[in-house]
Design a protein around this ligand. Structure first.
Ligand code: SF4
Length: 432
């Protein structure tokens, strides 16, 4: 009984795949490579139409030759309709049912009838994957909340991840201590609206971070994804007071125009968003941000788009994820007239990405001569004498070294490109 899990989409999906891996192994299944596997589990993403279709072109490669389970957001969005598709799928497992993956895999192996498990559940599936089932030896993913109650007019997530539910603080602290004990230098707290997390007894997200920052020897504590509409000033105070919390936040703006934000049903304005960024930077001048942007949203005017470009210039993001608007089933905006021509939307996307690349190159060049702390994440794929690492702001750094993966080191920056830095490792006795 062998299996292979292919994961599409976000870190939450990576974390769910780690848990499914654990559950299948507990059931006597063995993880192998894609070619050898009897069972392929495709953990899918439905955030835009392209990733959704990718799931079926991937599964199609094994149809008729292997057993196939489609899990995750596409399973939740399409449910039994998946069986009407050309690709022969054995089972469909929704986002709240992956804890049953072991029994479902056994059923599929014994030739059971195709089925779908897609019910939503308010219960938090308390599952902690063992190190062996984790996708990284450096970064430990910890889910703290799931679901979303915001219903942004373009987003399918509330329909695929359900209503918000929160994991109790004790379970989160326990998993973080186990990861720290296992030598993980970095943890990432996961949730669709992670800054809206609340402990059932009332403790806030900022309080959770304060407690996590006290767990030694954790290096960097990160969290993704924050919703600007849920920002609380206490978070800035805790981050400024606790050095272990990485001074980089992923803060999706989506648009620089308040008019478009209103149409997106995002509960903050351009000035509120910039105000929050300012509050972080007053407390921590070195604070860095990344963001998500959608261009070509129905009704987006040239002026709205110029406001998005000027937001990039104001915030100077470390990086952005940017996409042309993709109508999603069940969402309010899907019914709206797509009045931004595809060619113009594409043009805007290229202009946005070009501006961001110029901003990144200028910022990276300003770091030449600086010494930065770097977490070593791996060996350079082409240059055997080199290692790759990440800075606190998630910037890739390349440098000659033999420092082990998973440790922190210091690198003096000697060169910069738009997406990465180059440097020389600083000997521990130097620069003291
Ligand atoms: S906050 Fe909006 S964009 Fe984010 S998951 Fe919820 S509905 Fe989607």
């Amino acid at each position: 009984m062998t299996f292979f899990i292919r994961t599409f989409g976000c870190q939450m999906n990576v974390s769910d795949s780690e848990k499914m891996h654990q559950l299948l192994e507990e059931r006597g299944w063995t993880a192998v490579g894609e070619a050898e596997a009897d069972l392929i589990v495709v953990n899918s993403c439905a955030v835009r139409s392209r990733p959704q279709e990718k799931v079926f072109s991937y599964a199609g490669r094994f149809a008729g030759r292997k057993k196939i389970i489609i899990a995750g957001c596409v399973a939740q969005a399409e449910k039994e309709n998946i069986f009407a598709r050309k690709v022969k799928v054995n089972y469909v497992v929704g986002t709240h049912q992956f804890h049953r993956i072991g029994e479902i895999a056994d059923e599929v192996r014994s030739g059971g009838r195709p089925g779908a498990a897609t019910a939503f559940s308010r219960r938090w599936p308390e599952l902690v994957p063992g190190s062996r089932c984790r996708s990284s030896r450096v970064t430990g993913f910890i889910s703290v909340m799931e679901g979303c109650d915001n219903f942004c007019s373009y987003c399918i997530v509330p329909f695929t991840r359900g209503r918000e539910k929160y994991r109790p603080m004790d379970a989160i602290l326990c998993e973080a201590e186990a990861l720290a004990g296992a030598g993980y230098p970095e943890i990432v707290l996961l949730g669709q609206n992670v800054n809206h997390w609340r402990d059932p007894r009332g403790a806030s997200f900022a309080e959770l971070l304060r407690r996590l920052a006290a767990i030694a020897p954790l290096g960097w504590i990160r969290f993704i994804t924050s919703y600007p509409g849920y920002h609380e000033p206490e978070l800035v105070e805790v981050m400024a007071a606790c050095r272990g919390i990485a001074r980089h936040v992923h803060f999706p703006a989506q648009s620089g125009s308040t008019r478009v934000l209103k149409r997106m049903n995002r509960a903050y304005s351009r000035s509120r968003y910039l105000g929050i960024i300012g509050s972080f930077r007053r407390a921590m001048p070195e604070m860095k941000f990344s963001s998500d942007f959608i261009v070509g949203f129905p009704g987006e005017s040239e002026h709205d788009f110029q406001l998005t470009l000027s937001l990039l210039e104001r915030v100077e993001y470390e990086s952005i994820f940017s996409f042309v608007y993709s109508p999603r089933p069940h969402t309010r905006a899907a019914a709206w007239e797509p009045d931004v021509p595809a060619a113009l939307a594409k043009e805007r996307l290229l202009a946005l990405q070009e501006l961001q690349e110029r901003i990144q190159l200028a910022n990276n060049r300003r770091r030449i001569g600086e010494t930065v702390e770097v977490l070593v994440t791996g060996r350079h794929p082409k240059k055997s004498a080199e290692m790759i690492g990440r800075s606190e702001s998630q910037r890739v750094v390349n440098f000659a070294s033999r420092t082990p993966v998973g440790t922190f080191t210091r690198v003096r920056i000697t060169g910069a490109g738009p997406h990465s830095l180059r440097g020389e490792e600083v000997r521990t006795d130097e620069g003291k």
